[in-house]
Design a binder for this molecule. Structure first.
Ligand code: GDD
Ligand code: MG
Length: 356
């Protein structure tokens, strides 16, 4: 695949995953024990692509510190930093000087998927397309780019985040570009590929095709999706070439301790050096390195940040607990609660019920 290079957009601020994204950019959050981006990069490598350029902005340095020249993943990775975020289109245009191939595969950096990327490239070639986009069907398209196609799979309309979606077919965040199209994106200014470039290319009558499939797909941008995607990786529902065949109820990392009678189910992940107390119940929990869940506590469909502590018999359901935060004994945190890093909630300090 020497004529194809990859670009991964990782410059977003990850606001919907705050407070976890205060300390780490979204694509670097641990997912089934690896920085999320590792799963995507391994999939790119598995498709035979070696050269990858990361378009960074927010917390740019973290990526290079971790992935270096890419050789650990048998990739050749380079980095281009936007001092001011240039948006998705501006980000793609900005990395152009680093690209030499005639075909460029562009990825949103927060998508967990199972599609064989070679199939998308094959369709792009078969259709002699200028641009081919990966499309998937979802039950609620309003949070995505909505894309209509004709019987031949040619894209008719691209509507970013519309309240009145004409189809359930959405942009899956992976595109194959003919290099010339990227050259046409205006340089050095913010551009949205979804709101500007795509509608413009369609208006010019360019050959834009959609590749639709039903392989695993999830945008990891919200706490619900992050928890679900992580659980799916652990249970083997979401494939990743970076993991060899996980398929269990829980993944407990090196140096973690699990007390007697603790129950770990639903694709729970326990990070390195984390401690789970006796009789605790973790269902679909993502517990980062060094966190502590005390005896009898319950954590359901929630993320517990680095070094955070959940007290004795506390309950956290559908919550995000920031790094180093302390949730006191018997507290109840439900329905999308987010606790900022380092915040300490005293024992019994937040409850949804009156019985203690
Ligand atoms: N380099 C760079 N610069 N990257 C950026 C910037 C920027 O200014 N802004 C966002 N990104 C990166 C993010 O880091 C992320 O990996 C990707 O671009 C997409 O941004 P999100 O913020 O996650 O967008 P979204 O999820 O709301 O919507 C996008 O993805 C959907 C599929 O997951 C759109 O492309 C939708 O059309 C699409 O359906
Ligand atoms: Mg996203």
């Amino acid at each position: 695949m020497a004529d194809t290079e990859a670009v991964v957009l990782v410059g977003g601020k990850g606001t919907r995953l705050r407070p976890l994204t205060i300390s780490a950019p979204k694509p670097m959050l641990p997912t089934a024990g690896l920085p999320f981006l590792t799963h995507l990069l391994s999939r790119i490598r598995a498709a035979g692509i070696r050269r990858v350029v990361l378009g960074t902005s927010f917390k740019a340095e973290v990526f290079e510190e971790h992935f270096g020249d890419g050789s650990d993943l048998d990739l050749d990775i380079s980095y281009v930093v936007e001092t001011e975020p240039l948006g998705t289109g501006g980000g793609i245009r900005n990395v152009l000087p680093e690209l030499t191939a005639s075909t460029v595969m562009v990825f949103n950096g927060d998508v967990l998927g199972g599609t064989d990327l070679r199939e998308i490239l094959a369709l792009h070639r078969a259709k002699h397309a200028d641009l081919t986009m990966h499309l998937v069907r979802v039950s609620d398209p309003r949070a995505f780019g909505c894309v209509t196609t004709d019987d031949d799979g040619r894209v008719q309309e691209f509507l970013e985040k519309t309240q009145d979606p004409p189809t359930d077919q959405i942009n899956a965040g992976c595109y194959v570009f003919r290099r010339e199209l990227i050259e046409q994106i205006p340089e050095g200014q913010p551009v949205s590929v979804e709101r500007e470039t795509f509608p413009q290319l369609l208006g010019e009558g360019r050959r834009v095709y959609g590749f639709v499939d039903s392989a695993y797909w999830r945008d990891m941008g919200t706490p619900e999706d992050f928890v679900r995607g992580s659980s799916d990786l652990v249970r083997g529902i979401a494939p990743s070439p970076a993991l060899d065949g996980l398929a269990g109820e829980a993944l407990v990392h090196e140096g973690a301790g699990v007390g007697a009678g603790a129950v770990l189910v639903g694709g729970t992940v326990v990070g390195r050096g984390a401690e789970i107390g006796a009789g605790a119940r973790l269902d679909g929990a993502v517990v980062f390195d060094g966190a502590r869940i005390e005896a009898g506590a319950a954590v359901e469909r929630s993320i517990v940040g680095f070094g955070a502590r959940i007290g004795h018999r506390a309950l956290v359901r559908d919550g995000v607990i920031g790094d180093g935060a302390v949730i006191g004994a018997r507290c109840e945190l439900l329905r999308g609660a987010r606790v900022w890093p380092g915040v300490e909630i005293p024992d019994g300090g937040i409850r949804y019920s009156t019985d203690m």
